[in-house]
Design a protein around this ligand. Sequence first.
Ligand SMILES: [Mn+2]
Length: 293
Amino acid sequence: MGAGNERGLHVIAVPSGVGAQDPRCEEGPAALTAAGLLDRLAHKGQRLSWETIPRPSPALGRLEAVAEVCAALAQKTYEATAAGHLPVVVGGDHSIAVGTWTGIARALDDKGALGLLWLDAHMDAHTPDTTPSGALHGMPVAALLGYGFPALMRLHGERPALLPQHLCLAGIRSFEPGEAALLERLRVRVFLIDELHRRGLDAVVADALNIVGSGTAGFGVSIDLDVFDPLEEPGVGSAAPDGLFRRDLREALAPLFRNPNLVGVEIAEYNPYRDVDNATARAAIELAELLTT
Ligand SMILES: [Mn+2]
């Protein structure tokens, strides 16, 4: 390889932290850009374009603000996909996933269903009825499956953006019973961190690819940076111990990021205020760089 991804990468920065109690992930895209994200992606002649979603209107409540950001983002990922580009969404707190994957699912609609691999320390599968915190970044998985706030679910129209058999979660180690019960009822495959440690990341990623790639028109990868171990990557919104190490995840994801059926990548929850010596920024950029090699 070395000529870069044949599809142009379309980076969409989403400076929104309104879905989290700590809003400072809104500074993530600016900090990652300052750390060299776009320069590193542009190397080796990779075709690259980028744009920024406007920050939510300050007058809005949290739900309305997240819905506004996600509607704008869904339009952009839809357009990028329809134009033959590969959307690379950079957050922002993880509530933006509702917009990212709704737009991509809409663009794929004629060809088939969307598959999605969700890498995260958390399940993000709460509904307004099960959430202990009320934070919207704990709800995008449920909303994409058609459960939760109508303002988020209905961005895709009447049907959910995602079907449970085309979704899997991996790296999970911190969750509440209500969200686990929803995923279990829907039979969503969840690879807990123990299974990753026990079987190895390559084996689990192979299983995951089988799930997200079977009966779908393509698959996306949503990475919450808190899937990493906070010993290496402290710069995240909601750190949880016992995660993945940078080198292991990079090696496991490299083949997925070169897969022609990849339809989008999302990197969320970078909090520059908690980072140490830009370590987490570098890890995030290295992941994105896998798209160019
Ligand atoms: Mn998350």
